[in-house]
Design a protein around this ligand. Structure first.
Ligand code: SF4
Length: 174
């Protein structure tokens, strides 16, 4: 990932999980609790596509899908080298403490907090969004997250300064 790209809620390495069991268990816990990260990597286990970026590269405006799509290889092939996270918004089970944006003290999502505190809203009203009932950002920040969320592309090579800053992971403290 280049320095100018923003950071999705990527799973970070778990030093204690050499066989991946702990990670799977964490994802399983997230599935059972229903918590979904709305800025997940395309290839994360349990991923689902819930939005498509409209607007421009500098000012994306996500359009939320009425029907979720699977992040299928055929869909990726149509992008002809463009990274899926530049075009699609993907949700996946929250990785909890294994995510680079996880706040070890509050157990919350630093990315959601930073977006609400540092990025201007782009709409006055929140759009219909297919993952709202399970969205970690919504659960934590409510409508303040939703009126900012459509300008987020999980991978953006030309992010605004405020989005670049808000997306920079804070040190994981747990
Ligand atoms: S923050 Fe709101 S608009 Fe964004 S994915 Fe979550 S529920 Fe949907």
């Amino acid at each position: 990932m280049g320095q100018s790209e923003i950071s999705p809620g990527q799973v970070i390495a778990d030093e204690n999980a050499s066989d991946g069991k702990a990670r799977q268990q964490d994802a399983g816990n997230a599935v059972s609790s229903g918590a979904l990260c709305p800025s997940a990597p395309w290839k994360q286990e349990g991923a689902v596509v819930f939005g498509i970026a409209g607007g421009t590269a500098k000012a994306p405006r996500v359009m939320f899908l009425k029907q979720m799509m699977a992040p299928a290889p055929e869909l990726e092939a149509k992008l002809k080298g463009v990274e899926p996270e530049e075009v699609f918004r993907v949700a996946a089970p929250c990785a909890g403490a294994r995510c680079q944006h996880h706040n070890g003290e509050t157990k919350g999502c630093n990315l959601a907090t930073n977006i609400v505190q540092q990025v201007d809203q782009v709409y006055d009203q929140w759009a219909t969004c297919g993952i709202r009932a399970n969205c970690v950002w919504w659960a934590q920040e409510g409508t303040k997250a939703c009126v900012r969320c459509p300008q987020i592309a999980t991978r953006n090579k030309v992010p605004s300064e405020e989005i670049r800053r808000a997306s920079t992971p804070s040190p994981v403290s747990a």
